[in-house]
Write a protein that binds this ligand. Structure first.
Ligand SMILES: [Mg+2]
Length: 292
């Protein structure tokens, strides 16, 4: 809403008479890159920043603590699903500039230079992503540059099932490291999991993290196959940090499938989770709601 003093100052501004008489308008003078002064500008201030300088600072700090969310509010088709944040490099794939037999090859253009990228896919990554997209709202969050990661994700997510991608420019730099601040997703952190090979990536929210071994090229690696059983159970728990904390207290390990059995026996109501599980889904549903 505009008050009468605002109208007066705007009229004066049009006439090139710049006298700030309004408590809600400031006059600012800016310079261009060469130091030349630009025309004076009127900037509307919030009443609270005018009221007191200390409020102005507290206002700025509040803004910094609550910036815009990285992704939009959850779409109806994902309603009720937990959010799974997946790292890219050394978690799902390994990329190299070196020419070698690979699963994906694409060109990258940076500053008029063409680079060939050779990508190895972690064993079972296609099946892993397919199941994850059925169980969760999936976000790929990488500390790599968008110019490299975006075309790579296009080639990994052929069916376009992954709704969100975040790149280096969404990372928070702490001690010269790229950290993925899950609080910026705009999701309830009780319903968020991050899978990442780099502990520094989740150092702000370690209780939401499922660690995974760094993968380069081992064809005998089974981590994704084991992990999917754990994620299947985590997809239907209501307090991710609480469950992960319990598991970590008992010497967290993904091996031997004991972790998912523990989640199932202690955190999931009986008879939930087995029906129509995409982990063992063979195209025939074992259960339909109409059968009840
Ligand atoms: Mg990584």
């Amino acid at each position: 809403m505009q008050d009468s003093s605002d109208s007066i100052i705007e009229e004066n501004f049009k006439n090139n008479i710049l006298v700030s008489e309004s408590p809600t308008l400031d006059i600012i003078q800016q310079s261009d890159a060469n130091g030349q002064q630009l025309p004076l500008k009127l900037v509307k201030q919030s009443w609270i920043s005018y009221f007191c300088e200390c409020f102005r600072f507290s206002n700025i700090s509040a803004f910094r603590k609550a910036p815009k969310d990285f992704i939009e509010p959850q779409l109806p088709k994902y309603s009720g699903k937990n959010t799974l944040v997946l790292d890219l490099d050394e978690t799902l794939v390994h990329s190299s500039f070196t020419s070698l037999p690979c699963d994906i090859n694409f060109s990258l253009f940076l500053e008029d230079q063409e680079y060939s990228i050779y990508v190895l896919k972690r064993p079972e990554v296609d099946r892993f992503l397919k199941i994850c997209c059925e169980l969760f709202e999936v976000v790929i969050f990488t500390a790599s540059l968008e110019e490299y990661a975006s075309p790579l994700i296009d080639l990994l997510d052929i069916e376009k099932k992954i709704p969100y991608r975040l790149y280096r420019d969404s990372c928070t730099v702490i001690n010269n490291s790229f950290v993925k601040d899950l609080s910026r997703l705009g999701r309830d952190l009780n319903h968020v999991i991050i899978v990442d090979n780099s502990p520094v990536s989740y150092s702000l929210q370690p209780m939401n993290a499922v660690p995974i071994k760094t993968w380069i090229d081992d064809p005998q690696d089974h981590e994704l196959n084991i992990l999917i059983h754990v994620l299947e159970k985590l997809s239907i728990v209501n307090d991710i940090p609480k469950v992960l904390n319990e598991i970590k207290k008992r010497n967290w390990t993904l091996s031997g499938h004991s972790v998912y059995k523990l989640i199932e026996s202690e955190f999931i109501p009986a008879n939930r989770g087995d029906y129509n599980s995409p982990v063992n889904y063979n195209g025939v549903k074992k259960f339909k709601f109409e059968d009840v």
